[in-house]
Design a protein around this ligand. Sequence first.
Ligand code: ATP
Ligand code: MG
Length: 166
Amino acid sequence: MNPKSSARLVLIAGLPASGKSTLARRLAPRIPAIRLDKDQWTTELGHDPWDDQFRVLIEGQLWTLTRELLAQGQSVILEWGHWARVERDEKRLGARALGVAVELRYLDAPLEVLIDRARRRNESGEWSASPMTRAHFEQWATIFQPPSDEELRLYDEPVPEVCRRG
Ligand SMILES: Nc1ncnc2c1ncn2[C@@H]1O[C@H](COP(=O)(O)OP(=O)(O)OP(=O)(O)O)[C@@H](O)[C@H]1O
Ligand SMILES: [Mg+2]
């Protein structure tokens, strides 16, 4: 596409502990983009990241804020996993409707790696909510919808400074 705006939306998809926040922190100053970290907002507002009802509300609010920022020419990174194709489609089409480029970065890693990273993160205190267990990951892996090549082709190329996907 030939975007009307210089702003861009970066969507990061991946299971927990796949490195989404790590990547978002690296990309934010390079683009430059505002990073909307849903887990941080959730805990700062006194809620539990495991609270699904609140998760839906905060994602809706952050998406509203995202569209306002994009419409003002501000690039945004959304790093909350985007497990379902339908969620990603909504963001892609919403950004395009604003004349904004949109890239999808999918972070894939073997389940054992994710489980090990989550274990370390639990132990380090970096993750303060209830621990993520092997059983969680095994269940999540059955729900997550990895983007197909056909879906990835629907997105714009990643920003030139960081031309690798993922
Ligand atoms: N490429 C990597 N190699 C090794 N460790 C990594 C890598 N990326 C992230 N980590 C580590 O794995 C843990 C999870 O990373 P991060 O918080 O970025 O994941 P996340 O996808 O944002 O997780 P969540 O979905 O729970 O927010 C952190 O402790 C981080 O330092
Ligand atoms: Mg994160």
